[in-house]
Design a protein around this ligand. Structure first.
Ligand code: PLP
Length: 460
């Protein structure tokens, strides 16, 4: 029997929780921590016996759902056989070689090699170093700046946190780091001028990117990093034509494209990768989350042939590739990833996300589009969001003090649904496990709708 009180007290007195108001947590104003004890399919259970439909797959990662014993068994098998060995100086394991081979086969762009980390943040940190390394090796030592987008999310470490384009991730943390720049967010709803079409808006964003590159000097700009679908910044699919226009600019100025597929990768959008869906041809690809469905911490920086060939070509001159972590390519994480990708393939989860995702998008629009505070209902595949505004005709935002997004998320939670209040604006986000059924989608949409109605009544 779990002693809930003791766990809560120990936690409150000793855990520094990410993204938590520290004083409100310490004082108990936020209530006790939720002690998560189990999960099955699309639901989790807490220590008090409550179950919640996890409409956000943890943090957009548990794509295969909770409690998959095939993965637990693969983890146990590897742990019994060999729990750890490093990958420095050309050491490997069978699971790691297998995983790397399949990632090179399936990844977008002209993939050549895979470097492993433990989180999306550290993988993007690696990508920055690869851009700098590549340009040093090919005799372009000034070509180091990296451009990301306002409202892009790429992690929380020093460089990845700088790439993240939301100021509250920077404030009081001395970020962004010099050399990391930001360009406009590809969100038509907020960014378009009156009557501007999506295509025209995309061209304008591409022109702004070009202007920035020219202003900085193309010889100083190394890479552009972006999520195929903007994630934490609001779950915003790109406006039509966006990726075609952006890539034309990058090619013109010899700027590498890093596709941050941490959310989109492995089926989330209804295609294997967001890059595939939008015709992106990245030079470097970042994956994490769906790679192991969160069953083990694992990320990868997938290096395209263009960058890798320069690295190999310079090896006689510069010596060994001096980058790596104790846990790069951890065998248990690799075994978990292989078991997860087996499920993704066997159950055709990309295709499932496309079919069930179409139902999800339709239901979300049907239920919310007429609601007076639903400014925009958007999404792709099994990623969706509703943006709430005080006046949908003028797009006037709610007073931030009202915390409308957070209140709707809380009301949903009280009904047994986890849907995330996204950090930038009054946005309710959804990213259910890809194994979700159409019936479960209907339940998720209905619970979210009821929660929204409750808050509309409170605001009246
Ligand atoms: N990149 C994207 C697109 C993400 O959504 C995230 C996390 O949400 C990250 C990078 C950072 O990953 P992690 O939290 O594993 O460091």
């Amino acid at each position: 029997m779990i002693d809930i009180k003791t766990i809560a007290e120990r936690d409150r007195s000793s855990v520094l929780h990410p993204f938590t108001q520290l004083k409100d947590f310490a004082s108990g104003k936020l209530g006790d921590p939720t002690i998560v004890t189990g999960g099955k399919g699309i639901s989790i259970r807490d220590a008090e016996g409550r179950t919640y439909i996890d409409g956000f797959a943890g943090l957009y990662c548990v794509n295969i759902g909770y409690g998959r014993t095939e993965v637990a068994e693969a983890i146990a098998r590897q742990a019994y056989q060999l729990a750890y060995y490093h990958t420095y100086a050309a050491h490997t394991t069978e699971e790691l070689a297998k995983l790397s081979h399949r990632l090179v086969q399936m990844a977008p762009g002209n993939a050549s090699k895979v470097f492993y980390g433990l989180s999306g943040s550290d993988a993007n940190e690696t990508q920055a170093k690869l851009v700098w390394y590549y340009n040093n090796l090919r005799g372009q030592p000034k070509k180091k700046k990296i451009i990301s987008r306002e409202r892009g999310y790429h992690g929380c470490s020093v460089i990845s946190g700088s790439m993240t384009g939301m100021s509250f991730y920077h404030d009081q943390m001395d970020l962004p780091f010099p050399g990391i720049l930001h360009t406009g967010t590809p969100h038509h709803y907020w960014g378009a001028e009156h009557g501007e079409s999506e295509e025209a808006f995309s061209r304008r964003r591409a022109a702004e990117l070009e202007e920035l590159i020219v202003r900085e000097g193309a010889e100083t700009v190394g890479a552009f990093i972006a999520e195929p679908v903007l994630g934490t910044g609001g779950i915003t699919p790109p406006p039509s034509g966006y990726w075609r226009e952006i890539q034309a600019v990058l090619r013109r100025y010899d700027v590498l494209l890093i596709a941050d597929e941490v959310i989109c990768g492995f089926g989330r959008t209804g295609a294997d990768f967001g890059s595939t869906l939008y015709g992106m041809e990245p030079d470097l690809v970042t994956v994490a989350k769906g790679l192991t469905s969160g069953y083990m911490p694992l990320s990868a920086a997938i290096v395209g042939e263009k960058v890798y060939s320069v690295m190999e070509g310079a090896a006689d001159r510069v010596g060994a590739f001096s980058h790596g972590y104790t846990y790069s390519g951890h065998p248990i994480a690799a075994a978990a990833a292989n078991a997860v990708l087996d499920i993704v393939e066997k159950e055709q989860l990309s295709n499932r996300a496309r079919v069930v995702g179409a139902h999800f998008q339709k239901r979300l629009k049907e239920r919310f589009a007429q609601l007076e505070i639903a400014g925009e209902v958007r999404g792709v595949g099994l990623l969706g969001a509703i943006e709430f505004v005080a006046d949908r005709h003028t797009k006037r935002r709610f007073d931030a003090q009202l915390k409308v997004g957070a209140r709707i998320s809380k009301a949903a939670r009280e009904r047994g649904l986890i849907a995330r209040a996204m950090p930038h604006g009054d946005i309710l986000g959804f990213a259910p496990p890809l194994v979700v059924s159409e019936g479960e989608i209907d339940e998720i949409v209905e619970l979210a709708y009821q929660a929204t109605r409750q808050v509309i009544d409170e605001l009246a």
